[in-house]
Design a protein around this ligand. Structure first.
Ligand SMILES: [Zn+2]
Ligand SMILES: [Zn+2]
Ligand SMILES: [Zn+2]
Length: 157
């Protein structure tokens, strides 16, 4: 899924946020490198507009997250990660080995996408799901992992 989004300026105005260079730079940085952490985003922002403190970048991220222009995720064991793909209830797959994060479209599409057996009286509006596994690169490098019984061996080269 690849939705065309309005330009960053238009997105800020639509959210009633003042258009500032740091906000534009943070939006652009997060858009071009989804699921990056604050340090990575801060480095990208500095590359675009020069000296900006990590704290300032964090403040911008908080404002943009609060305005739903940026989504913050925090898989277990990972620092907070940010992306501009918001509002579609997609999920994430995280590599157990290298920590790379990928998007997974929701199988059902609307939150919450899981029916709970009992809601304890809560009005549930979201189910946070993280898939864990090994990314393609780490599967290739995991040569010591024993092959499951019955699996065919690769043809010799
Ligand atoms: Zn990996
Ligand atoms: Zn994502
Ligand atoms: Zn889902």
């Amino acid at each position: 899924m690849n939705i065309e989004r309005p330009a960053p300026e238009a997105r800020l105005r639509a959210a009633s946020l003042r258009v500032t260079a740091p906000r534009l730079a943070v939006l652009a940085a997060v858009e071009s490198d989804p699921h990056a952490d604050v340090e990575t985003i801060a480095a990208a922002v500095r590359g675009r507009i020069g000296s900006v403190s990590t704290q300032a970048v964090y403040d911008v991220l908080r404002v943009l997250t609060g305005a739903n222009l940026i989504r913050r995720i925090e898989p277990a064991g990972s620092p907070a990660l940010f992306e501009t793909r918001v509002g579609d209830n997609h999920h994430h797959v995280v590599c157990r080995s290298c920590g790379i994060v990928g998007d997974i479209d929701c199988a059902i599409g609307t939150a919450p996408c899981l029916e709970s057996a009992a809601s304890n009286g809560f009005a549930i509006d979201e189910a946070e799901i993280t898939y864990w596994g090994l990314c393609p690169d780490c599967q290739h490098s995991a040569t010591s992992v024993p092959r499951p019984a019955g699996a065919t061996a690769p043809a010799p080269h």
